[in-house]
Design a protein around this ligand. Structure first.
Ligand code: PCA
Length: 219
């Protein structure tokens, strides 16, 4: 059994992207599961509209994962944030790494307005908080490449009848990135985010259904 964990290449002139640093740190990790073995497969995605989804599709075909967790940086956030919903909108504030800057276009022409994550986002947030790590459900993955990828993932799961569950998590800056921003930008250490991902992943594997618990949504 494989879990696909994706991270993005750096973008917006920053030399690193913590989403890839976290994913690659977990490549080959084997979370404990009830039956058989489970292995995390990390794949780096281009921060490019269209190409990110195409590379994800290749990785899904290669690894046949039962769980897909895509990661992205949300600079300025204070917590690890499982995303609740992907919307059918591309609206780029800045050009992507190929110079593409779609404005108010659909991710998927004719597709539904939105898809919900099929990860147990509340259970993941609860597990992270119980471990002492800041976490919250987010209700917007933005309208840039992260939301685009998230929508593309959920659309393919729905369209192709893939029996995997999937979703997206945004993570904060690393301290060295925050240090390059205006004073006051929040951050979390790579060690903490990696630990958070192991906890989130364990929770996702343990909970086929999400927990119906209130609170914990801040974005
Ligand atoms: N964050 C961007 C794209 C790549 C990334 O890591 C986003 O939130 O859309």
């Amino acid at each position: 059994m494989n879990v696909l964990l994706t991270g993005f290449e750096p973008f917006d002139k920053d030399p690193l992207n913590p989403s890839w640093e976290v994913a690659r740190a977990l490549d080959g990790w084997q979370p404990a599961v009830k039956d058989g073995a489970c292995t995390v497969r990390a794949v780096q995605l281009p921060c490019v509209f269209g190409d990110a989804i195409a590379r994800l599709e290749q990785a899904v075909a290669q690894w046949q994962p039962t769980l897909v967790i895509c990661l992205g940086l949300a600079g300025g956030r204070t917590e690890i944030t499982p995303e609740r919903v992907a919307i059918n909108v591309d609206d780029a504030r800045i050009p992507d790494n190929a110079g593409r800057q779609p404005v108010d276009t659909a991710v998927q022409a004719g597709g539904p307005a939105a898809y919900f994550s099929t990860l147990p986002i509340k259970a993941m947030v609860l597990a992270l908080r119980e471990a002492g790590l800041p976490a919250a459900v987010s209700c917007s993955a933005g309208t840039y490449v992260c939301n685009h990828l998230f929508y593309g993932l959920m659309h393919r799961i729905a369209r192709d009848g893939l029996c995997c569950r999937g979703g997206f998590l945004h993570i904060p800056y690393l301290p060295e990135q925050a240090a390059r921003q205006l004073a006051g930008a929040p951050s979390m250490s790579l060690t903490q985010i990696v630990q958070g991902l192991t906890i989130g992943l364990d929770a996702a594997l343990a909970h086929e259904q999400d927990l119906a618990i209130g609170g914990g949504t801040t974005h």
